[in-house]
Structure formats: structure tokens, C-alpha cells
Design a protein around this ligand. Structure first.
Ligand code: CO
Length: 211
């Protein structure tokens, strides 16, 4: 059997199981989508947002990319953020990285991947430069790698706060809160790293005046 057929087979079994347990399961989800959360996670196949948080379809709006980056020219991410904040009115935006992230590792190891991946991962090289002193003081390679994964999540939270989408929503609705988390592939546990409440002040260079 072709491996992709396994997915369609699995889908049929899953849908049948849901209907058996609750005959109106899908009907109830068709007409409403009111998630409280936007999840920005790594594309890594080992950390599906709903499974690791024990949530159901309808509860989390999801965007994933390599190394869970918030890049201020990424139209895809900004469209997701805009829709989540202004239309769905999510209360929380979560950036969730994970220890053992291959994207972060590649950026650390100076590997030439190709132009596109190099360009994408250069965002993580910037984080190494910004936090160079702290990272250089960590002698153990594994600990330095883990710390860069945490710092990456912290910087992505700041990148969210730098957007006019978030700042305008903070001013008008005092929402959403921003959360930076790191998931462990070893024990499945999420570690909260940073929480940024609405209207937290940034470096003033990044703050917009809305009139
Ligand atoms: Co990853």
C-alpha cells in the first residue's frame, strides 16, 4: 500500500470513531470557529499543536513554519496573525519552539543548505549575534543549543509585539497576551519561557502612534 493511502484510511477510521462517539461532532464544528488561541509552532512533525495540548478541532488557530519564526516581511504569517487577532479575536498568541529543533541547529552549525533555507535561518543567526555574550558563556554545546532555542522563542515574541497588528489590538482591546513556550520531545512537556501582557512597552523605536 502506498504510504499516502494510509492517511486516507486513517482519516476514514477517525471520522467513523468520532461519529460513533458523538453523532453531531462534525455538525457542531461546521458553522463555528471561535478559537481563543493562535499557535505559531515549528513545522516539525513531532509537535502537532492540538495533540500536545490535548485540544480538539476548533480550539486553536495554527500557523507553522521551520523554527517557529515571526518574520516581519512574511505575508503568510502576517495574514494569519491579522485574521486571528482582528477577526477571530484570539485572547492568546503562542509561539512554541522545541528542544532539538533542526532549524536552530542548522543555523548554529553554519551549514550551507541552499539560498532559500539560508535566508530563512539567517533570522536565527541574528539572534545569536544579539545574545552573543550569554551564549558564549555557556561552555556545554547541548546547553548552548537549548538556550538558543529558548532565546529564539523570546525574540519571536518580541517580533510579534513589534507588529502594528498586535500594538493596535493592545491599544483598542487590551488583547492578546503573548506566550513563548518550548516543547520537549523527550517527555512531551511544554516549558513556559516568557509571557508578554498587552501594552508592554517595547524599545520606543518600535512603538507606533495610532491616532
Ligand atoms: Co523545529
Amino acid at each position: 500500500m502506498d504510504s499516502f493511502l494510509k492517511l486516507l484510511e486513517g482519516n476514514k477510521n477517525w471520522a467513523a470513531k468520532k461519529i460513533k462517539k458523538n453523532p453531531t461532532y462534525f455538525e457542531a464544528l461546521v458553522n463555528i470557529q471561535t478559537p481563543d488561541f493562535l499557535w505559531i509552532g515549528c513545522s516539525d512533525s513531532r509537535m502537532p499543536a492540538d495533540l500536545v495540548t490535548g485540544t480538539q478541532p476548533g480550539e486553536i488557530f495554527v500557523h507553522r513554519n521551520i523554527a517557529n519564526l515571526v518574520v516581519n516581511t512574511d505575508v503568510n504569517l502576517l495574514a494569519v496573525l491579522d485574521y486571528a487577532v482582528n477577526s477571530l479575536k484570539v485572547k492568546h498568541v503562542i509561539v512554541c519552539g522545541h528542544y532539538g529543533c533542526g532549524g536552530v541547529k542548522a543555523a548554529m552549525e553554519k551549514t550551507d543548505l541552499n539560498h532559500i533555507l539560508n535566508m530563512w535561518l539567517s533570522n536565527i543567526k541574528d539572534i545569536q549575534r544579539i545574545h552573543n555574550d550569554e551564549l558564549q558563556n555557556i561552555k556545554d554545546d547541548k546547553q548552548r543549543y537549548d538556550r538558543l532555542i529558548e532565546l529564539n522563542v523570546m525574540e519571536q515574541i518580541k517580533n510579534l509585539a513589534k507588529t502594528s497588528i498586535v500594538q493596535k489590538s493592545w491599544k483598542e482591546k487590551n488583547s492578546p497576551s503573548l506566550h513563548g513556550w518550548v516543547y520537549s520531545l523527550h517527555d512531551g512537556i511544554i516549558k513556559p519561557i516568557i509571557e508578554m501582557k498587552p501594552n508592554t512597552h517595547l524599545n520606543s523605536y518600535y512603538e507606533y502612534n495610532f491616532d
